[in-house]
Write a protein that binds this ligand. Structure first.
Ligand code: SF4
Length: 99
Protein backbone atom coordinates (compact mmCIF):
# COMPACT_ATOMS: atom_id res chain seq x y z
CA UNK A 1 0.00 0.00 0.00
CA UNK A 2 1.25 3.50 -0.81
CA UNK A 3 2.21 5.67 2.12
CA UNK A 4 -0.01 8.57 3.08
CA UNK A 5 2.77 11.03 2.18
CA UNK A 6 3.00 9.57 -1.31
CA UNK A 7 -0.76 9.92 -1.65
CA UNK A 8 -0.57 13.59 -0.73
CA UNK A 9 -1.41 13.54 2.96
CA UNK A 10 0.74 14.04 5.99
CA UNK A 11 1.05 11.49 8.75
CA UNK A 12 -2.06 12.65 10.57
CA UNK A 13 -4.02 12.88 7.32
CA UNK A 14 -5.30 16.32 8.27
CA UNK A 15 -6.30 18.49 5.30
CA UNK A 16 -3.65 21.11 6.07
CA UNK A 17 -0.95 18.47 5.65
CA UNK A 18 -1.77 17.53 2.07
CA UNK A 19 1.26 18.28 -0.08
CA UNK A 20 -0.71 18.08 -3.33
CA UNK A 21 -2.30 21.55 -3.64
CA UNK A 22 -5.31 20.19 -5.53
CA UNK A 23 -6.06 17.70 -2.77
CA UNK A 24 -5.44 20.30 -0.08
CA UNK A 25 -7.88 22.66 -1.82
CA UNK A 26 -10.47 19.89 -2.20
CA UNK A 27 -10.16 18.95 1.48
CA UNK A 28 -10.63 22.60 2.48
CA UNK A 29 -13.72 22.93 0.28
CA UNK A 30 -15.20 19.65 1.47
CA UNK A 31 -14.66 20.57 5.12
CA UNK A 32 -16.39 23.92 4.52
CA UNK A 33 -19.33 22.63 2.48
CA UNK A 34 -19.90 19.08 3.75
CA UNK A 35 -17.90 18.24 6.83
CA UNK A 36 -19.54 14.81 7.02
CA UNK A 37 -17.69 13.84 3.82
CA UNK A 38 -14.21 14.76 5.08
CA UNK A 39 -13.46 11.24 6.33
CA UNK A 40 -14.60 9.79 2.99
CA UNK A 41 -12.23 12.03 1.02
CA UNK A 42 -9.41 11.32 3.48
CA UNK A 43 -9.93 7.60 2.95
CA UNK A 44 -9.87 8.10 -0.82
CA UNK A 45 -6.73 10.27 -0.77
CA UNK A 46 -4.86 7.90 1.54
CA UNK A 47 -5.65 4.81 -0.53
CA UNK A 48 -7.92 3.28 2.10
CA UNK A 49 -11.27 3.66 0.32
CA UNK A 50 -13.20 0.89 -1.38
CA UNK A 51 -14.12 1.31 -5.06
CA UNK A 52 -17.69 2.10 -3.94
CA UNK A 53 -16.43 4.85 -1.64
CA UNK A 54 -14.27 6.27 -4.44
CA UNK A 55 -17.32 6.39 -6.73
CA UNK A 56 -19.32 8.14 -4.00
CA UNK A 57 -16.55 10.73 -3.57
CA UNK A 58 -16.37 11.30 -7.33
CA UNK A 59 -20.14 11.80 -7.62
CA UNK A 60 -20.14 14.13 -4.59
CA UNK A 61 -17.39 16.15 -6.23
CA UNK A 62 -19.14 16.12 -9.62
CA UNK A 63 -22.51 17.38 -8.25
CA UNK A 64 -20.82 19.26 -5.41
CA UNK A 65 -22.36 17.42 -2.49
CA UNK A 66 -25.90 17.45 -3.91
CA UNK A 67 -27.38 14.02 -3.17
CA UNK A 68 -30.56 14.75 -5.13
CA UNK A 69 -28.45 15.91 -8.08
CA UNK A 70 -26.56 12.63 -8.00
CA UNK A 71 -29.77 10.61 -7.67
CA UNK A 72 -31.28 12.44 -10.63
CA UNK A 73 -28.02 12.60 -12.61
CA UNK A 74 -28.74 12.67 -16.34
CA UNK A 75 -25.16 11.84 -17.35
CA UNK A 76 -26.05 8.39 -18.58
CA UNK A 77 -22.88 8.25 -20.67
CA UNK A 78 -20.77 8.56 -17.52
CA UNK A 79 -19.04 5.23 -16.78
CA UNK A 80 -20.04 5.63 -13.12
CA UNK A 81 -23.71 6.31 -13.76
CA UNK A 82 -25.05 2.83 -12.93
CA UNK A 83 -22.92 2.74 -9.77
CA UNK A 84 -23.68 6.23 -8.42
CA UNK A 85 -24.83 6.48 -4.80
CA UNK A 86 -28.11 7.83 -3.42
CA UNK A 87 -30.29 6.02 -5.95
CA UNK A 88 -32.62 4.79 -3.22
CA UNK A 89 -34.98 7.25 -1.59
CA UNK A 90 -35.88 6.74 2.08
CA UNK A 91 -39.65 6.52 2.53
CA UNK A 92 -41.70 7.13 5.62
CA UNK A 93 -42.15 3.82 7.41
CA UNK A 94 -38.57 2.69 6.87
CA UNK A 95 -38.74 1.20 3.37
CA UNK A 96 -36.72 2.25 0.35
CA UNK A 97 -37.89 3.13 -3.10
CA UNK A 98 -35.65 2.92 -6.15
CA UNK A 99 -35.70 5.73 -8.67
S1 SF4 B 1 -22.66 9.37 -12.36
FE1 SF4 B 1 -23.37 11.48 -12.62
S2 SF4 B 1 -22.85 12.48 -10.66
FE2 SF4 B 1 -21.62 10.61 -10.78
S3 SF4 B 1 -19.66 11.23 -11.71
FE3 SF4 B 1 -21.00 10.51 -13.37
S4 SF4 B 1 -21.99 12.39 -14.18
FE4 SF4 B 1 -21.16 12.87 -12.11
Amino acid sequence: MASANKMGAGQSGRPSEFSDPRRARMMRQVSEDRSSAVSLFLRVYTGQASPREAIKAKCLECCWMDEVGIRECTGTACPLWAFRPFQKVARKGGGHESH
